[in-house]
Write a protein that binds this ligand. Sequence first.
Ligand code: AMP
Ligand code: ZN
Length: 114
Amino acid sequence: MENCIFCKIIRGEIPSRKVFEDDQILVIEDITPQAPLHLLFLSKKHLVNCLDLTAADDGLIGYIHRKAGEMARQKGYAESGFRLVQNNGAGAGQSVFHIHFHLLAGREFAWPPG
Ligand code: AMP
Ligand code: ZN
């Protein structure tokens, strides 16, 4: 998508702090971290949010979850716990309308979330 900020990051038109990249996903550091570890798992395919998914995306979403777990373990947060969050719609806090998952770790998390 031409004017999508995450598509621009994926295309390399906007700089980012890359943590991992392959043909399906890009993992970057969040520019405004909300925890000691705050990574964003971006789908390389432009999808708005869960409402945009089709059965063809089932593998992608499962893959992101598995890679998030791997990353949390690799960063040392398997025991302490971590949070994987995905906001759907402005009313739920989505501010970038390109599907992404937040991996947050390194502090205590309240439930229910704010
Ligand atoms: P959400 O509010 O769930 O849509 O999450 C969007 C996230 O993208 C926020 O946590 C922002 O801090 C983050 N963000 C926005 N612009 C950038 C950027 N250029 N590089 C890295 N993270 C960004
Ligand atoms: Zn996009």
